[in-house]
Structures are given as structure tokens and as C-alpha cells.
Design a protein around this ligand. Structure first.
Ligand code: URA
Length: 266
């Protein structure tokens, strides 16, 4: 009951303060009532920026290690064995992922914080609690159909922004992670994730709410940048923007028939 109340609170704070029907509709089941997606046409495909003038050994090592993995489990093992990112020396745990990849929805955040470093899973602190409420509002749940990771797999000391070198050493793992998880929809959480996955110079306030595409082989995966839950904790008035982005994600999921039947815990 407490979970239901806190989800309702999140919805009200996010601006969803009016009921549109007498009884709730599970839009992920009622596929017959799919609404058209009111998102702008995709712009140029999102591409991970090519890191230049960085530590070629670390990047090459990361590419080689990530490239040999043929399953998510193998990728986790390869990441845990990788020593090319300086952040690993100060971190307690490698933070790989949490959730169910076969649900088709992959979320990418920034980097582990103190709680995530301690537990070894992404988004388990206050921002993670808000993220869980946001996901619940569109019938997503890391126990059944949402898959969560970060651009950076080790906690930056004092939660500072990761340096370009640190990000460059992690990005080959993220790219392989996306290939192996085979998401049908990607949600990018916040400015740092957008900077490293989308590239370019546009800030998150400009990028958010617009569908982009991420290329995986010959497949284009729809990608929605939105605001980071930690930012929303500091700026609750902007929850309504994140709510709009999540509604666009829910509509896209309906259109794609997600979550896929038979999604299972990893
Ligand atoms: N913020 C992030 O971006 N990722 C986490 O895992 C936790 C907080």
C-alpha cells in the first residue's frame, strides 16, 4: 500500500493530477487501444562519440575485452576483470546492471554513487527509489521488465563527473552491453549519459523528450533522453517534463508490443 501511495504521490507531483477513466487501464496489455506516438520524427542516429587523443591502450583493451563477450554474463565477467579504468582502484564494487534485459527496455544512467558502490547494483539510493516510482508509473519494474545500467561502471570519488578518459575506457563495454541486451527501447537518464551516448553539444534540456535512434548493427533502436532522477530530486518542478517523456515511452512500448511475452529475470 505504501508503494501505491508513493507512486500516486510521484504521479501527482509529476503533474498527472486528473483521472482519465473510472478504472485503471494497463496499456501494456490493452494493445488494441494503441495511440499514435506524438514524438517528433527521429533526427540523425545517436552515435557514441569517438574518443580522440585518449589512452589508446585502455580503449583498445576495453574493446578487446568487451568484444569477446557473447552473453551478458560473459560481459559482466570481462568487465570485472578489466583494469583499464582508473576508477576501479577507488571503487568497492563493479556496478554492471540490474533488472531483466529480455523485457526490451534498457535505461542508461551516469555512474554509481555511494550506495550503488556499496551494493554493486545501479540506482539503489534515493535517486534509484525515485526511478523505481517513475518506472512503476508506466508499468515497468526492474524485477520483471526493465533493465538498468550506467555509462560508468565504477563510482567516481566524491561523485564527481567522470573524466573523458574514464568514460572512454567504459564506453566499449556499454556499446557491447547494448548489443547483447538487444533493447527495443533505450531511455537515457540525464546529461552525462546523453553526452556520452548521443554525443554532440546539445544539453539535456534540449535533447529530452525527443526520440533519437541508436544504431545496433543494422537495427535502429528508439532512444529517449530524459531528466536524471537525482536532478528531479533537486528540481521537483521538472518532474512534469520527465512525466511527459515517460508517457512517450509508454506509447512507444505499446506500439512495439512491449514488454515481450515471456520476459524473464536474468
Ligand atoms: N545515479 C546514476 O546515474 N546511476 C546510479 O546507479 C546511481 C545514481
Amino acid at each position: 500500500m505504501n508503494d501505491t501511495l508513493s507512486t500516486l504521490n510521484w504521479l501527482v507531483e509529476a503533474g498527472a493530477d486528473e483521472a482519465v477513466a473510472d478504472s485503471p487501464v494497463n496499456r501494456l496489455v490493452a494493445k488494441a487501444s494503441v495511440a499514435p506516438i506524438a514524438a517528433p520524427a527521429p533526427r540523425s542516429p545517436a552515435r557514441a562519440p569517438t574518443p580522440l587523443a585518449l589512452d589508446d591502450d585502455a580503449i583498445g583493451g576495453a574493446q578487446a575485452a568487451a568484444g569477446t563477450a557473447t552473453t551478458l554474463e560473459e560481459l559482466k565477467v570481462a568487465l570485472e576483470a578489466f583494469d583499464g579504468c582508473a576508477l576501479k582502484r577507488t571503487a568497492t564494487n563493479t556496478v554492471f546492471a540490474d533488472g531483466v534485459a529480455s523485457g526490451g527496455v534498457m535505461l542508461i544512467g551516469e555512474a554509481p554513487g555511494r550506495d550503488e558502490d556499496r551494493v554493486g547494483k545501479p540506482f539503489v539510493g534515493r535517486a534509484g527509489q525515485l526511478l523505481d516510482k517513475m518506472l512503476a508509473a508506466i508499468a515497468l519494474d526492474r524485477k520483471t521488465n526493465a533493465y538498468i545500467t550506467n555509462v560508468i561502471n565504477w563510482r567516481p570519488p566524491d561523485n564527481r563527473d567522470p573524466t573523458p578518459e574514464e568514460a572512454a575506457a567504459c564506453l566499449p563495454f556499454l556499446r557491447r552491453h547494448i548489443e547483447l541486451a538487444e533493447p527495443k527501447v533505450i531511455i537515457l537518464l540525464g546529461a552525462v549519459a546523453a553526452r556520452h551516448v548521443v554525443g554532440g553539444t546539445e544539453g539535456i534540456m534540449k535533447l529530452r523528450g525527443r526520440w533519437l535512434e541508436y544504431r545496433v548493427g543494422d537495427r535502429m533502436v528508439p532512444l529517449m533522453p530524459t531528466l536524471h532522477p537525482a536532478y528531479l530530486l533537486r528540481q521537483p518542478a521538472h518532474k512534469k517534463l520527465a512525466w511527459r517523456d515517460l508517457q512517450a515511452v509508454a506509447a512507444k512500448m505499446e506500439a512495439l508490443g512491449l514488454p515481450e511475452p515471456g520476459s524473464r529475470a536474468n
